[in-house]
Design a protein around this ligand. Structure first.
Ligand SMILES: [Fe+2]
Length: 233
């Protein structure tokens, strides 16, 4: 399961690490196949992600091993992967399981509400901070416990998509998303996530934007006033 033991002193590159490579190919498959639902914006986002990813895989980037880290919510990861393996996203779920012991789970916010700190975390698999080094794209996973509300937020200069891997969830109370669904959040677009009562929820995500912004995304929750102003309330 681990990467080659006889290469510890030299720089590891993506093609030396099949499990990371297979995981990225699953992302490539998700953004290459499937429908854009007739949306021009989603079609162009899909293309941007897969074109960036294809170039990154071709360039055989460095693997920067980050220390593995868990958060309280990662106690739900096994169940989320089990659910993922029963559904349309089974290949992605299996590929993620192969690197599960090397993931760096984090919060990303300076201040995380106490209740949320037990129910949410994300891990990056590709981006400026690694483990697969890339500058123009971030790929990762976000995990939620059952009955979680992830507060309203938006991303400055970053376009974000989620692909649902396991569990049921809603964004802005607008729909219930099942495994395989893709949800696009344009830069500055406010969004709030809620998850189902009984099962955890695992989403794959992609961020596109400038290298500067992807390196320091400045994540923060929207204040109530900001939300009211942006929504014209
Ligand atoms: Fe988001």
């Amino acid at each position: 399961m681990n990467e080659p033991a006889d290469l510890p002193q030299q720089t590891l590159r993506l093609h030396d690490c099949p499990n990371w490579l297979y995981l990225l190919r699953e992302y490539d498959a998700l953004y290459r196949s499937g429908s854009a639902g007739g949306s021009r914006l989603i079609r162009s986002h899909r293309k941007r992600v897969r074109d960036s990813l294809a170039a990154i895989i071709d360039a055989n980037p460095e693997i920067e091993a980050r220390p593995a880290a868990t958060k309280p919510v990662t106690a739900h990861l096994g169940r989320a992967l089990d659910l993922g393996e029963l559904g349309a996203m089974r290949c992605m779920s299996r590929a993620l399981e192969r690197v599960a012991d090397r993931l760096t789970w984090e919060y990303g916010y300076e201040k995380v509400p106490k209740a949320l700190s037990r129910k949410y975390a994300y891990c990056e698999v590709l981006g400026p901070r690694g483990p697969v080094r890339a500058e123009q794209l971030v790929l990762g996973f976000v995990l939620f416990a059952p009955q979680t509300t992830y507060p309203q937020h938006s991303h400055k200069d970053i376009e974000e998509s989620y692909i649902s891997i396991a569990g049921a969830w809603s964004e802005n109370d607008a729909a219930v998303h099942a495994p395989g669904s893709l949800i696009l959040n344009r830069p500055e677009q406010e969004h709030r996530i809620t998850t189902g009562n009984l099962e955890p929820c695992l989403l794959a995500y992609a961020w596109t934007g400038s290298e500067e912004r992807l390196t320091a995304p400045g994540m923060k929750f929207s204040s109530n006033r900001t939300v009211r102003v942006k929504q014209g309330i």
